[in-house]
Design a protein around this ligand. Structure first.
Ligand SMILES: NC(=O)c1ccc[n+]([C@@H]2O[C@H](COP(=O)([O-])OP(=O)(O)OC[C@H]3O[C@@H](n4cnc5c(N)ncnc54)[C@H](O)[C@@H]3O)[C@@H](O)[C@H]2O)c1
Length: 433
């Protein structure tokens, strides 16, 4: 039997030992799904605080409940911060962060994860990178590090890339029912990657190369980033033109082809949109000396949105003969999007900081406080009571959390700036972004 056939049969029989390196928003759901379908899984993470929370049955990822975690811990999930516990693995998945450092891709976590695996790599094993990165990373960066083991990719071990499409807080589309793009550096690798993800998700989509799979992810995120920037730029002039952009978007959405709905907001956050497109523009500039203009423009517009929200807030208060300084402002929502406790790069934090800098008395409400690693919130966090709402000179809706008490906001707020269109259809005193 060939090496690939041996691994595929170990995967099919669920005797393959799996390690997921990085137990964050992406890695934890992957690890738990692998346990759910019958694999024994080591969840390795360098963050000891996170590992302790997981071992104690406490999930810090909103899409993973404590009950799901407890079940996984009973049926073969072992979180650890000790690399020695990784042992011999058959399948390793890398789900570590890929941030920007001073505007440039920082692949140090991927490099460290690959080095950890290289030290334990054995013939016949598979390594799959899931972290979002520029085209060429799997071949140019991960492969040479793994080959420091003395083993050759393709000949001795398998290597592939499969982008993660997880959408935190999305109740309809999760890991299992979202088709998963898979790739390998050669046919044997693709066979193994395909077999592993077929065991986890309903549908896999094989593509021609790891670079193509890497580009798929960046195409998807750049598409979203650019289209959000498009409606955000329109929001900034539609209000001045006296046109209701939100109604126009509703009407445009009735077109059954060639249009996809995006709505304005206070900016973009999370681990993906503010970062991933810049990986692609960096690669284009670095390899070809060209500029990826759409990304530069979208960054410029989306990064400006928190300032725009603060300007609109200031103008609204001015119309009430109030200055920002000394006004009481209640901000609703701090995470980067609805129904998640992910606060990374949240535009809400930028809005809060700017209002506080201008001297406003800012309070914030957020129903999804992270269980581990509290973000540094520079203002008091309060409950969204009728008293808090009524006491504010201005209420700003920044995140369309399902827990938002919309009736109370509409009925009791003296003035509202709704940046997410949550109050549309209700009677309230205020404005839409
Ligand atoms: N969060 C999302 O919605 C999302 C969606 C699709 C893709 N992605 C991509 O997936 C990757 C991971 O993102 P995330 O949101 O899960 O990040 P995260 O920060 O939530 O989790 C990453 C984890 O990796 C750990 N880590 C860092 N270096 C390590 C190492 N050398 N060894 C072991 N663990 C290490 C960190 O401690 C952290 O717990 C990124 O490339 C991201 O762009 C994220």
């Amino acid at each position: 039997m060939s090496r690939a056939a041996t691994l595929v049969s170990r995967i099919d029989e669920r005797t393959a030992r799996v390690v997921v390196v990085g137990q964050g928003y992406v890695g934890l759901p992957v690890a738990l799904r692998a346990v759910a379908v019958g694999f024994g899984v080591i969840g390795f993470d360098v963050a000891t605080e996170r590992v302790a929370a997981l071992a104690g049955g406490r999930s810090y990822v909103s899409d993973v409940s404590d009950d799901e975690l407890a079940t996984a811990l009973r049926y073969g999930y072992r979180p650890t911060a000790d690399a020695a516990e990784i042992g011999a693995f058959d399948v390793a998945v890398i789900t570590v962060p890929t941030p920007l450092r001073e505007g440039l891709p920082d692949l140090s976590h991927v490099e460290a994860a690959a080095a950890t695996l290289a030290a334990r790599l054995r013939p016949g094993a598979l390594v799959v990178l899931e972290s979002t990165t520029y085209p060429g990373s799997t071949e140019e960066l991960v492969r040479p590090i793994l080959e420091r083991s003395g083993l050759r990719a393709g000949d001795d071990f398998f290597l592939g890339y499969s982008p993660e499409r997880i959408d935190p807080g999305n109740a309809s589309w999760g890991l299992v029912n979202t088709p998963k793009v898979v790739s390998g550096i050669d046919d044997g690798s693709l066979r193994c990657v395909d077999a592993f993800y077929r065991s986890l998700v309903d549908k896999v989509v094989p593509v021609n190369s790891t670079a193509e799979a890497e580009l798929v992810k960046l195409l998807e995120n750049t598409f979203r980033h650019v289209n959000i920037a498009l409606v955000n730029e329109m929001a900034m002039f539609a209000a001045d033109l006296g046109v209701d952009l939100w109604s126009a978007i509703d009407a445009a959405t009735t077109k059954p082809f060639g249009y996809m709905r995006f709505t304005p907001g206070p900016g973009v956050g999370g681990h993906c949109l503010p970062i991933d497109p810049s990986y692609l523009s960096w690669k284009v500039r670095n390899s070809l000396g060209r500029t990826f203009r759409f990304v530069e423009l979208a960054n410029d517009i989306n990064e400006h949105m928190p300032d725009y929200v603060v300007t609109r807030a200031a103008v609204m208060l001015n119309q009430e003969s109030r200055a920002v300084r000394g006004s009481r402002v209640l901000v609703l929502g701090l995470s980067y999007k609805a129904a998640t406790s992910d606060w990374r790069g949240s535009p809400s934090l930028a809005v809060v900081e700017r209002l506080a800098d201008l001297g406003a008395d800012v309070r914030a409400w957020e129903p999804h406080l992270p269980a581990v690693g509290d973000p540094d919130v520079p203002v008091p966090v309060v409950s969204c009571t009728v008293e808090e709402i009524a006491a504010a000179d201005l209420v700003i809706v920044l995140v369309d959390h399902p827990e938002l008490p919309l009736d109370d906001v509409a009925d009791h707020a003296r003035l509202v700036l709704d940046t997410k269109g949550c109050l549309r259809g209700r009677t309230y005193r205020g404005e839409l972004l």
